[in-house]
Design a protein. Structure first.
Length: 263
C-alpha cells in the first residue's frame, strides 16, 4: 500500500516543489514539473512518466490514493493548509510532482519514408496556455510529435501541462536548440514543411494537396513567422477568412490546419 503522509508542517522538504509553483525559472531549470487537477493527475499516474509524489486535499484522498502505485508518497491536508503552501486557491484538490522526460533526439521521431508522419512545429509560442492547447490539439489529430523552437516557453509549466489535459504525457515534445537547422533535417527526411502565414498571396488551406509526411510551422502569437523560417518551408499556406478578420488565435489556427491535413 502507498504511504499516506498527513502534512504536519509547511516546511517539510518533500513539499518544496509545490511551494515553488510560481517560480517559472525554477521549473525550467529543474528536473520536475507539477501536474494540476484530478483528470491530469489521473493521466499522469496512468502514463509511463515518473511521478515523485502526490499532494491531495483530504476530500480527494479516497479518489486518488487507490490509483497510486506502491511506494509513491501521497501527502494530504485540508484545503486551506495546502493553499498556504502553494500560494493560490486550491479548487482542484489534486497536484502531483513528476519527473521531466529527457529531450528526445529529433531523428528518433522521424519515421523512415514512406511511412506517414505529421508534426506540429512552433517557432515562438510564449503563452503557456496556448502551448498547452497546441499540445492537446496535436495529440487529438495524430501528430507524431511537437517541435518547439528556441524561444518557445517551457512546455512543462504548470499552466501548459494543465491545459494540455495530460496529453503531454503521451505526445513526444522536442525542444530545438536551432530550429532552422532542424527544419533542414526534416526536409532532408522527406517531410514537407508548410508555413502557416497571413498572406492573401499564399495557397489556400482548403485547396492544399494531401501530404503523407508533413510538418506545419506556426509562429508567435503577435508576429507570426519570421522570414528565415518561412524561407526554410516548402509551402506557404493561409486560412481564408471573412468579415475583415485579420488573424486567429494560434491554437485555433493549429486545430484547423491539423484537422485538414489529418483527414
Amino acid at each position: 500500500m502507498m504511504p499516506i503522509h498527513p502534512i504536519q508542517s509547511l516546511n517539510e522538504p518533500a513539499l518544496a516543489p509545490y511551494r515553488n509553483l510560481k517560480d517559472k525559472e525554477l521549473d525550467r531549470a529543474g528536473a520536475r514539473f507539477i501536474a494540476e487537477g484530478e483528470n491530469v493527475v489521473r493521466r499522469l499516474l496512468a502514463s509511463t512518466t515518473p511521478v515523485e509524489s502526490v499532494l491531495v486535499s483530504n476530500r480527494k484522498i479516497s479518489a486518488i490514493a487507490p490509483l497510486c502505485p506502491p511506494g509513491l508518497p501521497v501527502y494530504t491536508a485540508a484545503d486551506d493548509l495546502i493553499e498556504s503552501i502553494i500560494g493560490f486557491e486550491f479548487h482542484s484538490g489534486v497536484l502531483a510532482c513528476g519527473i521531466r522526460p529527457p529531450n528526445p533526439a529529433l531523428t528518433s521521431l522521424i519515421p523512415h519514408p514512406p511511412m506517414p508522419a505529421l508534426f506540429t512545429i512552433c517557432q515562438e509560442i510564449t503563452n503557456a496556455e496556448n502551448l498547452g492547447s497546441l499540445i492537446r490539439i496535436s495529440a487529438a489529430f495524430g501528430a507524431r510529435a511537437i517541435i518547439l523552437g528556441e524561444r518557445c516557453c517551457d512546455p512543462w509549466f504548470r499552466q501548459s501541462v494543465r491545459v494540455s489535459m495530460g496529453t503531454i504525457f503521451a505526445l513526444p515534445v522536442y525542444r530545438s536548440e536551432n530550429l532552422i537547422a532542424d527544419l533542414r533535417i526534416l526536409r532532408n527526411s522527406q517531410i514537407t514543411l508548410i508555413a502557416s502565414v497571413l498572406d492573401e498571396r499564399a495557397e489556400s488551406l482548403e485547396a492544399l494537396a494531401s501530404f503523407s509526411r508533413v510538418g506545419v510551422v506556426f509562429g508567435s502569437e503577435a508576429q507570426g513567422l519570421d522570414a528565415d523560417t518561412i524561407a526554410n518551408c516548402d509551402r506557404h499556406v493561409t486560412i481564408p477568412m471573412k468579415l475583415s478578420t485579420d488573424s486567429l488565435n494560434v491554437a485555433v489556427a493549429a486545430g484547423i490546419f491539423l484537422y485538414q491535413l489529418a483527414r
